[in-house]
Design a protein around this ligand. Structure first.
Ligand code: IMP
Length: 434
């Protein structure tokens, strides 16, 4: 059985976790292939809310194997926190049993976090992501498989420490790293996680040969991609489909289905131009009703209407077979709905997403207007979703204006919306009628 990819189509926080959680019930393996502890998703189980950063959403299914892939940067201390919380909740220690760390993944150390903490330009999550990928690209990073070699080479540790301290002082930071702390950190990582470090690409390849189901879980979103996003206001990894298999250590021929997750409106955290952003009542509505605060940093997310211009770009890069439209319920209660379909830049109207950020900064959104639909509380939306399931009526159970909104998105993107989300509950999704 081939692989399925789930990707964010906007600036992250599209609600991928809920979809991965739904799909993971039928997956044998869930693989993260890029990013690190900058990602965040909250899993709601009964009364409990668990926030995860590294752990794939499939953790809640005990039959699911979990992989932190070669394309990731992993902060062992944050991972330990997550695993402790998982143990507290479920009494399980999955590491080495069903959670495997790629030997090729890079280690995020306190040094990387300190350096990232000095960022004022990009508005990063401060989790050391850029500096860890930076070291990987400069070919001076430490992969999980390298730890024992580094530990047995005193000269190399000293070299690493000197380099780190040089960088810290060049950045005007007081902190410094000592040989003893780096050694102690690496020894701890090796003791704590050594048993979980594996050739994960090979494990997933063998699973594919056995006909097992693989789910490749993207983090962040298309517009945060280092090459195709709103550079430099991006993350430091390739977030797109092309990297899903590469970062997992398998080849692209295994992929059968690529799903783009699109929030029914647009949000972004961190700095950078955002033409659809709203600083008015509607922006407040989206942020408040949608609970738009970052899972990793708690920062309020910037909110705006759904913007088709960057979505077209995301579609072209990723070739989504289908789109899952999340948080449609949040639009309920707005008198009219708008969708950004182009930008007016200087005297011209453009419909393709520009690489030049100064153009994006000058861009005035061109929108089309659709009728709004009423607001329901989450319990009522859940009832609507259950009715859709019980009767097989699909989107017909939705208010007419909500159906029009979905059809418009499909027409504008040229791809089917295979399901819509109407609340955080696992069951609060409505599938398109077959
Ligand atoms: P970094 O990934 O921490 O280096 O942050 C770079 C940019 O990506 C900043 O604008 C962050 O807010 C954004 N970012 C990183 N991870 C996420 C995410 O999971 N969701 C949304 N934005 C993110």
């Amino acid at each position: 059985m081939p692989a399925t990819i789930v990707l964010g189509a906007q600036w992250g926080d599209e609600g991928k976790g809920k979809l991965v959680d739904q799909l993971a019930s039928e997956a044998d393996w869930v693989v993260r292939f890029q990013g690190g502890s900058n990602a965040g998703h909250t899993i709601v189980i009964g009364e409990r809310k668990l926030a995860f950063h590294h752990l794939p959403s499939g953790i809640t299914y005990s039959h699911c194997n979990l992989v932190l892939g070669a394309g990731m940067v992993i902060d062992p201390w944050k991972l330990e926190d997550e695993l402790d919380r998982w143990f507290e909740f479920g009494g399980e220690r999955p590491e080495g049993e069903r959670l495997f760390i790629s030997e090729r993944a890079h280690v995020t150390l306190p040094y990387h976090r300190i350096l990232d903490g000095a960022d004022k330009e990009i508005g990063t999550t401060g989790r050391g992501i850029g500096p860890t990928y930076g070291d990987a690209i400069e070919r001076v990073g430490i992969r999980f498989v390298d730890i024992s070699n580094v530990l047995s080479d005193g000269g190399r540790i000293e070299q690493i420490v000197n380099r780190m301290n040089g960088r810290l002082s060049a950045a005007g930071l007081d902190s410094s790293i000592t040989v003893d702390t780096l050694r102690a950190d690496l020894e701890w990582i090796s003791d704590r996680f050594g048993a979980a470090v594996r050739p994960t690409g090979l494990l997933v390849h063998h699973a594919l040969e056995r006909g097992e189901n693989i789910l490749l879980e993207g983090a962040q979103g298309a517009l945060l991609d280092i090459a195709q996003g709103t550079y430099p206001f991006v993350t430091s990894s390739v977030t797109s489909r092309a990297n899903a298999t590469h970062g997992a250590g398998i080849h692209p021929g295994h992929v059968e289905r690529t799903i783009g997750v699109v929030k029914a409106y647009t949000t972004r955290v961190g700095h950078g131009p955002f033409p659809a952003e709203l600083h008015d009542e509607v922006g407040n509505h989206l942020g408040t009703v949608g609970h738009e605060f970052g899972t990793t940093t708690g920062r309020p997310r910037r909110c705006g209407w759904l913007d088709i211009v960057p979505l077209r770009h995301a579609m072209r890069i990723n070739g989504f077979d289908e789109v899952v439209l999340t948080k449609l319920d949040v639009l309920g209660g707005l008198e009219k709905l708008e969708i950004v379909v182009g930008y007016r830049v200087d005297d011209a109207e453009i419909h393709e997403f520009p690489a030049d950020l100064s153009m994006l900064e000058r861009a005035e959104p061109v929108t089309l207007t659709l009728p709004g639909f009423e607001s329901l509380d989450l319990g009522d939306w859940l009832k609507v979703a259950r009715e859709a399931q019980a009767t097989g009526r699909g989107y017909d159970v939705l208010p007419e204006a909500a159906q029009t909104y979905i059809q418009t998105v499909e027409q504008l993107l040229g791809v089917p919306v295979s399901s819509v989300g109407v609340g955080p509950d696992r069951e609060a999704s409505i599938e398109r009628r077959a």
